[in-house]
Ligand binder design. Structure first.
Ligand code: PLP
Length: 378
């Protein structure tokens, strides 16, 4: 099987599993317990927090472990907006993950927030001029994703964060898809808050983190025993935290191959566009995640192409995992200007740094036949 759905999730890496194992067995303690077993777990958590903080260029106290990217984004958006003294206006984009858009919607419905949803261009890029124009004196937060899960487009985060800061507006980025490939330290990005998810990086599902600068007031979303300095209650997932730290330690080796992977991706994209009649790339050609190629194949249905490829041993996706199975066309694809009919024909290939040229050549070959087979059924 060739697995090309890394944007949905990744397998747990061996090094990650080995690092977690002691915290699921001998060192199983509750880090809040004042005995030997608890203290061993506490040491594991402290060490994991320091490593995650180092990867993100923040202080250990600025890392909040969460259950994943969705919770991290919820905490960033609800937490920063509800604690803000500036007002309740939020600036975001039309192609954000539902974790962001639904959090904004919740604040609008229950907390009097006003949300400006910026459109994107045909490549999926936010216009920095429109972004600046949307910022107001009562803007509590600007939240723009680093890289899009469906179309792979990478936003100019450092530029947008600087524009937000020029107006005194805190800036959050959902870096869930970018984390395996692009710089995620808050210094380089100039962001105030950044959300991460372990399962996109070779850690298990159910662990993530929010990095948030100490100067940014944050209202907790989950209340209880006051763990994570009161910002996220609940007994800590020590093994998960160790897994996330270990996965982040391994990221530099995939980043080192990013240029090579981007070259393989470009070759694959060119080959698909030249061999599959009427194929269209979705997302930006230039500003794109290295391991991401997404297309529309007019005259097909994405689901049928996907099933055809699966029968040939190739696993990919017809859109985002969250929208998969839904009959509705993707909001992201509509936002970049595709019609609902074309949006239904989307297929996404996402891969990690271990991808080979031979694998992508095989996928490109099988894709020609799969698309032709679906079109012939008419
Ligand atoms: N943000 C983006 C861009 C994603 O792609 C995802 C997951 O697909 C999430 C947030 C949510 O992360 P999690 O699955 O860890 O809740």
């Amino acid at each position: 099987m060739i697995y090309l759905d890394q944007a949905a999730t990744t397998a747990v890496r061996r090094e990650v599993l080995e690092a977690m194992w002691p915290y699921l067995t001998a060192e199983f303690g509750n880090p809040s317990s004042h005995h030997e077993v608890g203290e061993a777990a506490e040491r594991g958590l402290t060490d994991a927090r320091a490593r995650v903080a180092a990867a993100l260029g923040v202080r250990a106290s600025e890392v909040v472990f969460t259950s994943g990217g969705t919770e991290a984004a919820n905490l960033a958006i609800k937490g920063i907006v509800l604690a803000s003294t500036r007002g309740r206006h939020i600036v975001t984009s039309a192609i954000e993950h539902p974790a962001v858009l639904e959090s904004c919607d919740y604040l609008e419905r229950f907390h009097g927030a006003e949300v400006t949803v910026l459109p994107v261009d045909a490549d999926g890029l936010v216009d920095p001029v429109a972004f600046t124009a949307a910022l107001r004196d009562d803007t509590a937060l600007a939240t723009i994703m680093y890289a899009n899960n469906e179309i792979g487009t990478v936003q100019p985060i450092a530029e947008l964060a600087a524009l937000a800061h020029a107006r005194g507006v805190p800036f959050h980025t959902d870096a869930v898809q970018a984390a395996g490939w692009l710089p995620i330290d808050l210094h380089t990005l100039g962001a105030d808050a950044l959300s991460l998810s372990g399962h996109k990086l070779g850690a298990p599902k159910g662990i993530g983190a929010l990095a948030v600068r100490a100067r940014i007031p944050l209202e907790p979303v989950i209340h209880g025993g006051g763990q994570e300095r009161g910002r996220r209650s609940g007994t800590e997932n020590v093994a998960g935290a160790v897994a996330l730290a270990t996965a982040l330690d391994l990221v530099p080796s995939s980043v080192a191959r990013a240029g090579e992977v981007a070259a393989l991706r470009d070759r694959f994209i060119d080959r698909v566009l030249s061999t599959v009649p009427d194929a269209r790339l979705t997302g930006s050609r230039m500003h794109r995640l290295p391991g991401h190629a997404s297309f529309c194949f007019p005259g097909t249905s994405g689901e049928s192409v996907l099933l055809g490829l699966e029968a040939r041993g190739i696993v990919c996706s017809s859109g985002s995992a969250c929208a998969a199975g839904s009959d509705e066309p993707s909001d992201v694809l509509l936002a970049i200007g595709l019609t609902p009919e074309i949006a239904q024909t989307a297929v996404r290939f996402t891969f990690g740094s271990e991808i080979t040229e031979a694998e992508l050549d095989e996928v490109a070959r099988e894709l020609v036949d799969s698309v032709a087979a679906v079109r012939s059924l008419g």
